[in-house]
Write a protein that binds this ligand. Structure first.
Ligand code: CA
Length: 441
């Protein structure tokens, strides 16, 4: 269902939190993304917060100030005072929308609640983040046809795009235990690889470490086992979107992926951004979803007029690299690519509907990855595998370093934002992760 715009999207609205009004922040009063935080280095209980400018509004403290008096009931209180977003996700779209309106009215300029909420703020620079939700199940899709074709060419030159691709949103069940929040550091994975022209695999640290620039989708209210979520209802089950780096060990992947798909090449770590941007916040930045007339059109259960009107999301996706040397020399991260989620061959509602079409149940806090978001141009590729053409074309960095794949000590940073004429820019913050050397074997 297409979401109508309302007063929370008003482009002229400013906040009494001044840093939300500078036109550069990811978090103007029109955004209001949710996260879970505490004071950095403290043992405080984790709490829910809203990003506003360079501050976090502590929802636990705001609750104590009576800001949510009209929303209160036992389930709502438990959700707001919890240490993850799962409870809020389970409350459903009507409550999400009322809460957004309440927060918008409390944070806008001249709000009566300003005095009460002034002491409920914490600077983002003084906070540490937790995973926004306890993720039960994680499924990763493969929705960029540009990525699927480019990678398919490298892995299977004679047969890049498998015949099911244009009919089925391809996905696999991933692993939630190793998903971490921005700031995650992990060791280079160790495992089996088959070197070129070898006859037996070798055991050791992966040599072809890569990232994948993806959108993460948090499920809100789930469905009962056996029930389907129709395409018309799908977005009512989506709480919001974040950024996802699906780290990948390409040499391990190439050896293990047939016949059942990714396994140890992917499940050692995945990193997400701390802030979850709601679909309501993204409503002004929707685009028509299209499918080339020469391609198969979706089967009826994956088709709707709303999808055609506004099923796609216009979200810019940037990947940057900061090597250890760049960090030491105080050199800012260097951009590797810029793409956009609007190029996705399948979009959010289709993924939710397809996932449940057989009666599979989703639960609040479940997580879907969009798959690597590569655009049509080579410089829009969402992984090093594509940018370096399978490791053949090194990237020359401005400081004289070169990269084919990720080196020990490198940090990968991803940013995302939406903007449109006449509307403020809203962003996702960033997701940063750092590769450490392999552990001694
Ligand atoms: Ca992936």
């Amino acid at each position: 269902m297409t979401m109508p715009l309302n007063e929370t999207h008003d482009a002229k609205m400013l906040s009494w939190v001044r840093s939300a009004n500078d036109g550069k922040t990811d978090f103007p009063v029109q955004n209001l993304p949710y996260g879970v935080f505490r004071r950095a280095g403290s043992n405080e209980q984790l709490r829910l917060g809203i990003a506003i400018g360079d501050q976090i509004l502590d929802l636990n403290k705001a609750h104590a100030q009576g800001v949510f008096a009209h929303l209160r009931n036992a389930q709502f209180d438990k959700a707001i005072l919890g240490d993850s977003l799962n409870g809020l996700m389970d409350l459903g779209p009507t409550t999400w929308s009322t809460l957004r309106l309440t927060l918008s009215r409390a944070l806008r300029e001249d709000a009566a609640q300003q005095a009460a909420l002034q002491n409920c703020l914490l600077e983002q620079s003084a906070a540490e983040y937790s995973m926004p939700a306890r993720i039960g199940d994680y499924t990763d899709f493969y929705t960029s046809i540009h990525h699927a074709t480019a990678v398919g060419k490298l892995f299977r030159p004679d047969n890049p795009l498998l015949p099911n691709y244009k009919w089925v949103p391809i996905g696999y069940h991933g692993r939630s235990s190793s998903i971490g929040v921005s700031g995650q550091q992990f060791h280079r994975p160790v495992g089996q690889t088959m070197p070129p022209a070898a006859t037996e695999p070798v055991f050791g640290p992966a040599k072809r470490m890569d990232y994948e620039m993806e959108i993460g989708i948090f499920i809100g209210q789930g469905n009962a086992l056996g029930d389907r979520i129709s395409i018309q209802e799908a977005e009512q089950h989506v709480f919001g979107l974040c950024l996802l780096n699906d780290w990948s060990a390409r040499d391990m992947q190439a050896w293990e992926y047939q016949p059942l798909g990714p396994f140890l090449a992917k499940n050692f770590a995945s990193t997400i951004s701390p802030w979850v941007v709601t679909l309501e916040a993204l409503a002004p930045y929707r685009k028509a979803w299209t499918r080339d007339a020469t391609d198969p059109q979706p089967l009826a259960y994956l088709e709707s007029t709303d999808l055609r009107d506004s099923g796609a999301f216009d979200i810019e996706l940037e990947v940057l690299l900061q090597t250890e040397k760049m960090r030491t020399d105080n050199v800012p991260p260097q951009r590797l690519s810029l793409s956009n989620f609007r190029h996705s061959y399948w979009t959010v509602s289709q993924l939710v509907t397809h996932h449940t079409v057989n009666g599979c149940n989703l639960r609040a806090g479940d997580f879907l990855g969009s798959g690597t978001q590569s655009g049509p141009l080579p410089e829009e590729a969402g992984s090093l595998l594509e940018l370096t053409e399978g490791g053949k074309k090194p990237i020359n960095l401005a400081n004289g370093e070169q990269r084919v794949f990720i080196a020990d000590g490198d940090s990968i940073i991803m940013r995302g934002w939406a903007q449109k004429n006449g509307m403020p820019r809203i962003g996702f913050g960033e997701v940063l992760g750092t590769l450490l050397p392999a552990r001694a074997m």
